[in-house]
Design a protein around this ligand. Structure first.
Ligand code: FCB
Length: 459
């Protein structure tokens, strides 16, 4: 298909969606992945600043030292959002800009950076959705035990109070922590992410308990500082299916669902870890103090769902005693090897509503990676696969919404290509292309498609 026909065809499909006008469309980012400027204006060192320097930690040997240079170029990034007509922007605060050592002294220059960003967003009519913790723990706290220590939970709560006090007059939507499953397990069970520990299930579970505790302690502190705030938590959920009907595969799928989904959801929405998982983890659990379950179950206003894939599981050997193995069904896959399976977002919305009934749900991240994208001779970035991905996923979200699931909005991951953790710059998830040699931004076809979806909402 000629490029102009391609563009016209996708824009027409976008117009066909007709989402309701009140359904919020935005883009999401996180501090370490875009900001760069790791030492600017008094910022302290985070575990990611340190981890990327470990030989072999990042596939392409890169770091987030410059990333998208968003710390200096944020007005350009804001302009992109304006161009695309987005309603909301989900971003995270770098804890180490605000409290360089993760405790005690507040760094006014760090606060001032986010003040400028928030004020400009509001002026542009774009709602700021703030995430407090997107994986970049202050190294000073890591040195004292990090997420293996209850003290880190308390520190997160103090930091939440500082942030709510500083920005709560302007920011309505607050997320405590992003994807505890990922940062706890990839950081502490298999070491793919910072701080890089390979402590297996014991590590993942211990970190998870303290992360959830930190979340629960942070909720009332945000409410105290930010009057009228909507406070929630973001989990990365998977639709889990057994690879076969065999008892062994079904049990493996149940265990995986228990580890990734139910452990976190039950704790927050049911006030207890799931009994089957407590049994499975017997002997591997950290100390759980009386009252912890109640703290973790502090009422939230919404659940944020990051959804990237379905997981088809068979009995296996990963992370004993979880003992699962992932199966990859035939089909289309992204550059991070995630199956493209739009129905997953519909299934997960119903799963969450059926089992937990949160008052509101946001899709806080959804998107896909491609490798080696370039600006073509016509000046455009052609990512029809991603454009189709957004159309198909939003159609599934709308189907669930029309059936009564209280999903309020959708954030594309991500605004610009950025530093994708252990993948470095090899997995571009952006709706905007970044030429990292020049920092030039080019909105991709998928970005234009999202703009068209936003513009043609109805009602
Ligand atoms: C999620 C993370 C986000 C980004 C996407 C691709 O797990 O929250 O930072 O890396 O995956």
């Amino acid at each position: 298909m000629a490029n102009t026909d391609e563009r016209a065809a996708y824009l027409a499909r976008a117009r066909g969606l007709k989402l309701p006008r009140g359904f919020v469309l935005g883009a999401a980012t996180s501090a370490y992945q875009i900001e760069g400027a790791p030492r600017a204006d008094g910022k302290g060192e985070s575990i990611w600043d340190r981890f990327v320097r470990q030989p072999g930690a990042i596939i392409d040997g890169t770091t987030g030292d410059v990333a998208c240079d968003h710390y200096h170029r944020w007005p350009e990034d804001l302009a992109l959002m304006k161009t695309m007509g987005l309603d909301a922007y989900r971003f995270s605060l770098a804890w180490t800009r605000i409290q360089p050592d993760g405790a005690g002294a507040v760094n006014a220059r760090g606060i001032a950076f986010y003040d400028r960003l928030i004020d400009a967003l509001l002026e542009a009519g774009i709602a700021p959705h703030v995430t407090l913790y997107h994986w970049d723990l202050p190294q000073a706290l890591q040195d004292k035990g990090g997420w293996y220590s209850r003290d880190t939970s308390e520190r997160l709560a103090d930091y939440a109070a500082i942030a709510a006090g500083a920005f709560g007059d302007r920011v309505r939507n607050w997320v405590t922590i992003n994807e505890p499953w990922t940062f706890c397990w990839s950081g502490h069970a298999d070491g793919e992410d910072a701080p890089g520990f390979r402590d297996g299930v014991r590590g993942g579970v211990a970190a998870s308990h303290h992360a959830l505790l930190g979340h629960g302690m942070a909720v009332p502190r945000i409410r105290a500082g930010a009057k009228g705030a909507e406070v929630g938590v973001v989990f990365d959920l998977n639709c889990v299916e057994p690879a076969s009907d065999s008892d062994a595969d079904r049990a493996a799928a149940t265990r995986f669902d228990g580890a990734q989904n139910r452990w976190f959801l039950d704790a927050v929405f049911k006030g207890a870890y799931p009994a089957d998982m407590q049994d499975l983890y017997a002997g591997l659990l950290p100390e759980i103090a009386p009252g912890d379950a109640e703290i973790i179950a502090a009422p939230v206003d919404f659940l944020g769902v990051n959804i990237y894939r379905r997981s088809v599981m068979q009995a296996g050997t990963t992370w004993p005693p979880l003992n699962f193995d992932r199966v990859s069904p035939p089909g289309a896959y992204t550059a991070t090897n995630y199956e493209i399976w739009p129905r997953c977002i519909y299934d997960i919305l119903h799963y969450v509503r059926r089992n937990y009934g949160p008052g509101a749900i946001w899709i806080t991240e959804s998107g896909m990676a491609l490798d080696g994208e370039v600006v073509a001779a016509d000046g455009q970035v052609h990512d029809p696969v991603r454009a189709g991905y957004y159309i198909d996923h939003l159609a599934e979200v709308e189907r669930a919404r029309a059936e009564g699931v209280p999903v309020k909005g959708y954030f594309a991951w991500t605004l610009t290509d950025n530093f994708e953790w252990a993948y470095g710059y090899r997995a571009g998830f952006g709706i905007t292309h970044v030429d990292f040699a020049t920092q030039e931004r080019t909105i991709k076809l998928s970005g234009h498609v999202l703009a068209e979806i936003a513009r043609t909402r109805v009602g």
